[in-house]
Write a protein that binds this ligand. Structure first.
Ligand SMILES: [Zn+2]
Length: 97
């Protein structure tokens, strides 16, 4: 009986880190909903319309199109204090993600 309980605890602990990362990402998005991106916001890398905005701890802001937002997403989650992601709207406009 106790052996089973201990095993379940170990499984839950092992699965928590990934779940926390996902929760943090979504919480960051929700916290920045007040300022939508516009067609005037352009990707810092290629100049296409920006669908993702990342605010850094330094106070700087990076803008990325859907392509570059995806390409740098892992890194952004590490360095950004806020991430605003509208890439889901891009999928809605084109009909395909
Ligand atoms: Zn780009």
């Amino acid at each position: 009986m106790y052996d089973n309980v201990a095993s379940m605890d170990m499984i839950e602990e092992a699965s928590q880190p990934a779940a926390h990362l996902l929760t943090d990402w979504k919480a960051d998005v929700a916290a920045t909903l007040a300022t939508p991106l516009t067609t005037a916001d352009r990707c810092d890398r290629c100049g296409a319309r920006a669908y993702l905005r990342a605010r850094l701890a330094s106070g700087g802001v990076l803008l990325f199109c859907a392509h570059h937002g995806r390409a740098h997403r892992d890194k952004l989650t590490d360095i950004a204090v806020e991430i605003y992601d509208e890439t889901d709207q891009l999928g809605a406009e084109t009909g395909r993600a």
